[in-house]
Design a protein around this ligand. Structure first.
Ligand SMILES: O=P(O)(O)OC[C@H]1O[C@](O)(COP(=O)(O)O)[C@@H](O)[C@@H]1O
Ligand SMILES: [Mg+2]
Ligand SMILES: [Mg+2]
Length: 350
């Protein structure tokens, strides 16, 4: 029996990963690590799907005393559940040296009593938390980095590798369908969860993001806080056909990065969360290690581009585990266009 995926043979994630291993694209233990993460995503998908019936909606913590994460944000029950699922699944997995989560102050080495591996896993366990209680798509984002110091506990500094060092990245969107989108550095591929069978099935091999687009995603309510190049860029998008861009643009904003990026993976577009007067002191809103870098890797592997507006995202040198950055990603032509507004502004501002 042939193990290779073909049109007649739906390809499970397991089978796909074995093929990637045979092609020399991934090590066997990275394959197994991705399987563990995918299993955890299935469990999170089930928890998300239960909603009010499962008692998983609402804030974590006691009434009147919301539990806060390291980012100073109130945690939802599902933020905590998703974090626990990923932690527990991976502690036992045997493929990791340590983990870091958007929800935890510091990275955690795999305890001594468990087998240790050669990878570091970083994740945003539940992205789009503000959408949990209103039954709108949320997701999980993850990134895998190498760890070479065998026999030593990894510390936060070991995670501060640029996005170009990522060995794998992915997200799982919990929407009308649960879809896992994955790269191991050889294209970006989508797997849809067959809920009856309980396995992820390859549904799009080699996603290609259209280079040009007429759709942008940004939280327009922040417009008055933006810096001049962003004001100028979006001003020209809004001017439409009669403006300098010469075409009308549509706008979408789900407020779950995973869902917004998934739309861009499907039909193109540009997603941006720029610097503004509210987030400037923190460096931006979105997190480099848990959100921007894995998404940038996935988007580049799908033929798109990802920048801070001024620099390729994957080349940013991280200084802090919870570092925040401005984000522009999606259709290559449009991301370059946004970068041009920043360059021209910086040149004239001296
Ligand atoms: O509240 P805003 O400004 O619309 O921001 C939404 C953005 O914040 C995020 O929800 C941040 O992610 P978390 O829910 O993981 O904190 C992104 O998913 C989304 O793009
Ligand atoms: Mg997030
Ligand atoms: Mg989150």
């Amino acid at each position: 029996m042939s193990l290779s995926c073909n049109d007649a043979q739906p390809c499970s994630l397991t089978r796909f990963l074995i093929e990637e291993q045979r092609a020399g694209h991934i090590e066997p233990d990275l394959r197994l690590l991705i399987e563990v993460v995918a299993r955890a995503c299935k469990r999170i998908s089930i928890a998300v799907g239960k909603g009010a019936l499962g008692g998983v909606l609402g804030e974590a913590g006691l009434p009147g005393a919301a539990s806060m994460n390291v980012q100073g944000e109130a945690q939802k029950k599902l933020d905590v559940i998703a974090n626990d699922v990923l932690m527990e699944a991976n502690a036992w997995g045997g493929h990791l040296a340590g983990l870091a989560s958007e929800e935890m102050d510091h990275s955690q080495p795999i305890p001594d009593e468990f087998p240790r591996g050669r990878y570091l896993l970083l994740f945003d366990p539940l992205d789009g938390s503000s959408n949990i209680d209103v039954n709108v798509s949320v997701g999980t984002i993850f990134s895998v980095l190498p760890y070479a110091k065998q026999g030593q506990d990894p510390v936060d500094a070991d995670y501060l590798q640029p996005g170009t060092a990522q060995l794998a990245a992915g997200y799982c969107v919990y929407g009308p369908q649960t879809t896992l989108v994955l790269t191991v550095g050889h294209g970006t591929h989508a797997f849809t969860l067959d809920r009856e069978v309980g396995s992820f099935v390859l549904t799009t091999r080699n996603i290609r993001i259209p280079e040009q687009t007429a759709e942008f995603a940004v939280n327009m309510s922040n417009q008055r806080h933006w810096q001049p190049p962003m004001q100028a860029y979006v001003g020209d998008l809004l001017a439409g056909k009669t403006g300098p861009r010469g075409k009308d643009f549509n706008m979408r904003w789900v407020a779950s990065m995973v869902a917004d990026v998934h739309r861009i993976m499907t039909r193109g577009g540009i997603f941006s969360y720029p610097l503004d007067a509210k987030n400037e002191a923190k460096g931006g809103k979105l997190r480099l290690m848990y959100e921007a870098n894995p998404m940038a890797f996935l988007v580049e592997q799908a033929g798109g581009a990802a920048t801070t507006g001024r620099q390729r995202m994957l080349e940013v040198r991280p200084a802090d585990l919870h570092q925040r950055v401005p984000v522009f990603l999606g259709s290559k032509g449009e991301v370059e266009e946004a970068g041009r507004y920043h360059r021209e502004h910086d040149a004239t501002a001296g």
